[in-house]
Design a binder for this molecule. Structure first.
Ligand code: HEM
Length: 132
């Protein structure tokens, strides 16, 4: 497994842990309300699990497993590092909005970062999607 994939998979597992923990805290707060502000964690819960865990795991595994170019290259790895960085920046931007009462425009910034990450990864992976 390439180093990039190992980091992406490790990060995705950390997000799984984080997302489940936040979900469990919200669930407990639903049963026995102890802190109304806990609901501000909901966007983080969703982004941690959908983007941090699911999408990041998919990127890490896809980069490792897709057919390689002739000569064994996996393409421009810097693009995938860029995608992983932008994805994580986007996740934390979106998660911080409700936590720190940031203006709603930050949601556009966060989603743009996540969207750009998807485009970067797709552009890099496209050429490797072919029957073996
Ligand atoms: C991969 C796993 C998971 C994903 C993708 C996920 C995703 C989501 C999403 C999208 C929502 C928003 C639903 C809505 O607003 O209608 C949500 C809400 C919630 N999730 Fe999760 N979740 C996951 C696992 C968990 C786990 C393991 C727990 C608890 C231990 C949990 C606890 C909650 C709670 C308490 C809510 C708020 C429900 C409400 O609005 O009353 N989630 N989750």
């Amino acid at each position: 497994m390439p180093r990039l994939s190992a980091w992406a998979v490790r990060l995705s597992l950390l997000y799984l842990l984080l997302g489940f923990t936040v979900g469990a805290i919200m669930l407990a707060n639903k049963g026995i309300p102890f802190a109304p502000w806990i609901w501000r964690l909901l966007p983080a819960h969703i982004d941690f699990l959908l983007f941090g865990f699911v999408i990041q795991l998919a990127i890490g595994i896809a980069h490792w497993i897709l057919p390689r170019y002739q000569g064994g290259s996996r393409g421009k790895e810097t693009l995938v590092w860029g995608a992983i960085s932008l994805l994580n920046l986007g996740i934390w931007t979106v998660s911080c909005i409700s936590l720190f009462n940031l203006p709603g425009q930050w949601l556009v910034v966060g989603r743009l970062l996540e969207g750009t990450a998807a485009v970067l990864f797709a552009s890099q992976a496209w050429g490797r999607i072919r029957p073996s």
